[in-house]
Each structure stands twice: as structure tokens, then as C-alpha cells.
Design a protein around this ligand. Structure first.
Ligand code: IFL
Length: 460
């Protein structure tokens, strides 16, 4: 007899509406073949954990939909003493919660690197050594989020340079300095991406990465005594921020090892944290060699609970960084198509999907928080309208996280770039501080996000 897993894989591969019911069953809370440990609670139990049922999230027996934010530095702010800024964090969590923004995507692991624009300090100070104060930052963040009934999505690595990430693992095990492929020094993004993607095939790097994953996931929170794996505040663990198979120019040869890495790592995480969800952190087709089918294939494993995709119209040249109003209309049409394609794909796969990053520049490409956000507001509105419409229609889209919450962070630097010790904004160190940040003073954008949050919740 066919195993349930084989039947599900066959159904996914076959697709089509005839198999919709079967696919929904396949994407249930857990696939028995995937997990090293079984679920401890049935789907309907009110234990605060977000679960997957078919193409939807469920929380305490009700649909879970959200309007969230990226807050990459949230755990940095949570660190004790001068390292962090707990007063700022608490005030900003209050502001976010008041606005209905209660799902935060946060960096949970960074690696000390020689990158010109790498964040400093890093959680992993050297291979296998961790900065306890920064880990306590995650403790504090999770505890404060729990008090506000918020959910966290924590990513455990980064394809990009700004937190050390995969390139730093490569450097540790090849002995080659990261500077040889630093895109902020060389300008060679394809070279950087190919080097970063070597990570998937270096066994020692994978072993260390797993140790880092285990260090975070199996931690006990020093503030509330909860084990992270028992904390329903954590909705999902993500393999990495925007993991790609390699460069757009010649990343195809890496795809098989990338796909295997997704399957194996996701399985490892779910074995450690069976009550929480696993997602990849992918940008979608754009970050998977621009291919819908490769994106589908990479996620077609029962170890990945739901899909993610990102939307970057100015980074992808659909709009202009220096004047987002100029091609707002045509760029928005492309953005809508990108959303629809990914939601359709998630429907087809039978898993929920989250738009876990999107952003646009301020008017005229300014960075100053006092400058306008007319084009950005129109873009956010268009995104939210489409997300809401598709959610209303019962499709697989469950929520979104704008990029990125900049809160009270401000730079005093004339070149707008971050230097160690500066306040954090939503823009990581490799980008101008103000490029995509939604600051605490951005009242019109916040009103749009807030209205969307209400509308998503009202769908329940
Ligand atoms: O800062 C970038 C970040 O690395 C990411 N995606 C796009 C952001 C804006 O360019 O994950």
C-alpha cells in the first residue's frame, strides 16, 4: 500500500482541482514521515501554538491571519545593559501592538565577520562560541512579546553579508577571508552569491550551523524559565534569511544540494521543535533562480510547513529607487502578478504562504524620516488589498510582514550608513539607514498597516 507520504507527494506532483481535498489532508498539522518527534497536542487544542491545517494557519482553534513587521534587530535591543536598549524595545512593542502589528520576523543568529557592512557585535563570536548577552536579548524579546500576545518568526542564518551568515561559515572552513567576496568592497554580487552558496556543501559548516540551531532552539529563557521549544510565542523557525541556491548567473548546478539542504535542515529543526512551525525564509521564485517550478520543488518536502515569499520592486528594477512614483503603476502590476503566482503555487502545494518581506523607498528616494511616503503608501495599500482579497477568497495567503520596522532609530551620520554602536533602524548595516524603514513617525503608513491588520483579523 502507498504510504501517506508517498500518496501526498504523488498528489502534489499531479496537482489539479480533483485532488484539492487530498492535498489539504496532506498539508495537515504534521506528516508522520517528517518529524523526529510527534505533535504533543491535537490541532484544536488551545495551547497558543500556531498550527497548519491545509492551506491555513490555526491558533487555538481559529484561523490565524496577521499583519506583521520585520524587526531584524529586535533581539539586539533586548540585550541587557548598554548592549541593548530595553526601554526602546518595550516602547516600540507597545506601539506595534497598539497598531495591530503582532507578528515579528527577527534575526536570531549572527556571525562575527570581517565584512565591511557586517553587524557588530555578533551572536556567534567565533565557531561554536556565543555571546550570552545577545542570547539574553532573544530571551527578553520573547518574554515581552508573550506579554503582548505577539508571535515571533526567528531566522537562524543569512544568505547575505550583513550578519556574517553563510559566507562567514564558508570562510571559517576554507580559511579564505570574506573580504575576497565582500559585495560592499567588490560590487560583484554574483561572485558573492556563489561563494555564499558553497555553505550548503561544506559538511563542517553544516555541523556548526546545526550546533548553532540547537543552541538557540533548545535554550531556556533566563527571564521566564520557559524552554524556547515550549514557548508558543515562537510561531516558526526559519532556516535563514533569503537562502538562495546561488547566483542568478550560474547557480543552477547548486540546486540539488540546496534542495536537499532545505529538506534535511527543516527536518532537523522540526525534530528539535515539534510544536513549532518550520519555514525557509525564501524570497520565492525570484530568489530561486527566478523559477516558480524550482521554488516549488525546493519546498516540496513535508518538513517545511509553509511557504514564504518576498517582494522588492525597486531592488528588482520594476520601480526606481530614486523615484518610486515614476513607475509605480507598472511596478505595482508586476508586484500583483508576483503575489498571485505565489498564492496560486501555495494553493497548488497545499500549504499556507506568507509575504514575509516587502518594501519600497520613500519619495524621491530620500532616507530622511521627515520626507514623504506617498508612493510607498500607495504600494503598501495595493499589497494589502491584494493579500486581503486573496485571503477573503479562502486562498493560501495567511499574512505579511513589511520590511522593516525602524521605530525610533535614527542615524546622525552624513552618509546615512550605520557604524558600530549607532542606533539600529529597519535597514541593516549594508543599506542606508532610512532606505526601507517604517519609522515610528510614519503616521500615514502606520495607519494603512493598522487598517489592514484589523481587516485581516475581521476575516475570522
Ligand atoms: O536589507 C535587505 C535584506 O537583506 C533582505 N531583503 C531585502 C532587504 C532590503 O534590500 O532580507
Amino acid at each position: 500500500m502507498r504510504s501517506r507520504r508517498a500518496l501526498c507527494n504523488w498528489a502534489r506532483a499531479f496537482g489539479g482541482t480533483v485532488l484539492a481535498l487530498l492535498l489539504a489532508a496532506c498539508a495537515g498539522p504534521r506528516d508522520e514521515a517528517a518529524s523526529a518527534a510527534p505533535d504533543t497536542a491535537p490541532a484544536g487544542e488551545a495551547d497558543g501554538f500556531v498550527r497548519v491545517e491545509g492551506t491555513h494557519f490555526v491558533l487555538d482553534g481559529k484561523p490565524y491571519r496577521f499583519a506583521g513587521a520585520n524587526f531584524w534587530y529586535g533581539a539586539y535591543l533586548g540585550a541587557p545593559g548598554e548592549r541593548g536598549n530595553r526601554a526602546r524595545l518595550v516602547a516600540e512593542l507597545d506601539q506595534l501592538k497598539d497598531a495591530g502589528i503582532d507578528n515579528l520576523r527577527v534575526l536570531a543568529m549572527s556571525e562575527a565577520s570581517g565584512f565591511k557592512r557586517g553587524v557588530r557585535p555578533a551572536v556567534m563570536t567565533a565557531p561554536g562560541q556565543y555571546d550570552e548577552t545577545l542570547l539574553q536579548g532573544i530571551d527578553f524579546l520573547l518574554d515581552e512579546m508573550a506579554r503582548r500576545d505577539m508571535k515571533a518568526v526567528l531566522y537562524l542564518n543569512n544568505f547575505w553579508q550583513w550578519s556574517g551568515g553563510m559566507s562567514q561559515y564558508v570562510s571559517w572552513f576554507t580559511g579564505e577571508p570574506v573580504s575576497a567576496h565582500d559585495p560592499d568592497e567588490t560590487g560583484d554580487w554574483n561572485g558573492f552569491m556563489q561563494n555564499s552558496a558553497r555553505f550548503y556543501a561544506i559538511p563542517e559548516a553544516q555541523a556548526l550551523y546545526r550546533e548553532a540551531i540547537r543552541t538557540v532552539i533548545t535554550r531556556t529563557n533566563t527571564i521566564n524559565g520557559k524552554r524556547y521549544i515550549d514557548d508558543p510565542t515562537v510561531m516558526s523557525w526559519q532556516l535563514a534569511n533569503e537562502p538562495r541556491p546561488g547566483s542568478d548567473a550560474d547557480g543552477h548546478p547548486n540546486f540539488p544540494v540546496f534542495k536537499q539542504w532545505v529538506h534535511d535542515t527543516a527536518g532537523y529543526i522540526r525534530g528539535l521543535a515539534p510544536k513549532q512551525l518550520v519555514s525557509t525564509g525564501s524570497e520565492g521564485a525570484w530568489g530561486t533562480l527566478r523559477s516558480d517550478e524550482l521554488f516549488y520543488a525546493a519546498h516540496d518536502t513535508p518538513n517545511v510547513d509553509y511557504l514564504t515569499f518576498h517582494l522588492w520592486p525597486s531592488n528588482w528594477s520594476w520601480m526606481d529607487h530614486h523615484d518610486p512614483a515614476a513607475r509605480l503603476e507598472s511596478g505595482t502590476v508586476q508586484a500583483m502578478d508576483y503575489i498571485d503566482r505565489h498564492v496560486d503555487l501555495a494553493n497548488r502545494m497545499g500549504k499556507p504562504i506568507v509575504l514575509s518581506e516587502f518594501g519600497l523607498n520613500r519619495d524621491k528616494g530620500a532616507y530622511d524620516p521627515a520626507s514623504g511616503t506617498t508612493a510607498r503608501d500607495a504600494f503598501y495599500q495595493a499589497i494589502y488589498d491584494r493579500v486581503l482579497a486573496r485571503a477573503k477568497a479562502g486562498d493560501a495567503i495567511a499574512g505579511s510582514n513589511f520590511w522593516a520596522w525602524g521605530g525610533r532609530g535614527r542615524t546622525a551620520n552624513a552618509d546615512w550608513m550605520w557604524t558600530a554602536g549607532d542606533p539600529f533602524t529597519g535597514d541593516p548595516p549594508q543599506e542606508a539607514q532610512g532606505l526601507f524603514s517604517l519609522f515610528d513617525s510614519d503616521a500615514s503608513t502606520l495607519a494603512i498597516v493598522s487598517a489592514h491588520a484589523k481587516a485581516m483579523k475581521a476575516l475570522d
